[in-house]
Write a protein that binds this ligand. Sequence first.
Ligand SMILES: [Zn+2]
Length: 59
Amino acid sequence: MCAHTPSCPSVDDQCCWTAHVVSDHSEQGWCRLCNGVILFDDGFFIAPDGHVEPVLMSA
Ligand SMILES: [Zn+2]
């Protein structure tokens, strides 16, 4: 569970990729967020259920 304040968005949230980085592998082009999302530096993330979505830049 997220221990950050304010708490990070859940994996179901539209901006789930804005959660805190807990495991930075930026040298490999990805990092793990505290809600279980894997965020890639090419603009996509993988949700814990395995589906891939593009990062939605807020309007
Ligand atoms: Zn968090």
